[in-house]
Design a protein around this ligand. Structure first.
Ligand SMILES: C[S@@+](CC[C@H](N)C(=O)[O-])C[C@H]1O[C@@H](n2cnc3c(N)ncnc32)[C@H](O)[C@@H]1O
Length: 200
């Protein structure tokens, strides 16, 4: 990844509320990416979909600052990157039926029993995410870990999401899918990626 020219700006402090339409200066379809990492998906999505706005959330501030700097260098006005814990900050920043899509790509598997509570998908988050999506809105989940894919599918279907592929099934890779930084590695190596494409 090339370093953007000039100093990387610090993460802005998060306000108590954000009016996304005011922030982006328009009323476009709003997408959310949780755990954007090095920003491969966020930057490519913002460039490929100028008709949409994307909020990317990444708790490792260094990665968030890096992605924000690259977005600024590329002149992408439809991408906002928050350096924040999605579980803590998002509930106050998003309202019901405010999102067209949520993207969650390769969430940390947190294998150890004592770390399980850090896993991002549980019954409470599933219900919250469903409430943020407008009717028909997309939840786009990708993982390389079969066990986690099965767990997440069970939790999300239990929360009332409907599965594009049919209950209990993974989806095929859509032709127009934009890969995340990590996904590019698996596409090159041929390792499997399990996809959940669920609708509110
Ligand atoms: C395995 S990486 C995948 C990154 C990226 N989605 C990709 O596919 O290349 C998971 C990312 O989620 C971030 N993350 C984990 N829990 C998070 C949380 N609660 N809030 C925000 N980011 C989180 C991690 O810091 C890490 O960058």
């Amino acid at each position: 990844m090339r370093r953007p020219k000039g100093p990387i700006p610090p993460s802005p402090a998060l306000p108590d509320r954000i009016d996304w339409r005011e922030l982006f200066g328009r009323a476009a379809d709003l997408h959310l990416e949780i755990g954007s990492g090095h920003g491969g998906f966020a930057l490519a999505f913002a460039a490929a979909r100028p008709d949409c706005d994307l909020v990317a959330v990444e708790w490792r501030k260094k990665f968030a600052d890096w992605t924000r700097a690259r977005a600024a260098a590329a002149g992408l006005k439809n991408l906002v990157v928050l350096g924040a814990d999605a579980r803590v900050e998002l509930p106050r920043l998003l309202g019901p039926e405010s999102l067209a899509a949520i993207h969650l790509h390769f969430p940390d598997p947190w294998w150890k029993r004592r770390h399980q509570k850090r896993r991002i998908v549980d019954d409470a988050t599933a219900a919250l995410w469903r409430s943020w999506l407008r009717p028909g809105g997309l939840l786009d989940v990708r993982t390389d870990v079969l066990e986690r894919a099965v767990d997440m599918l069970e939790v999300l279907e239990r929360a009332g999401f409907s599965n594009e592929a049919g209950a209990g099934r993974f989806s095929a890779r859509p032709a127009d899918e934009i890969p995340s930084t990590r996904e590019k590695r698996y596409l090159a190596s041929g390792d499997p990626v399990f996809r959940l494409r669920l609708r509110r």
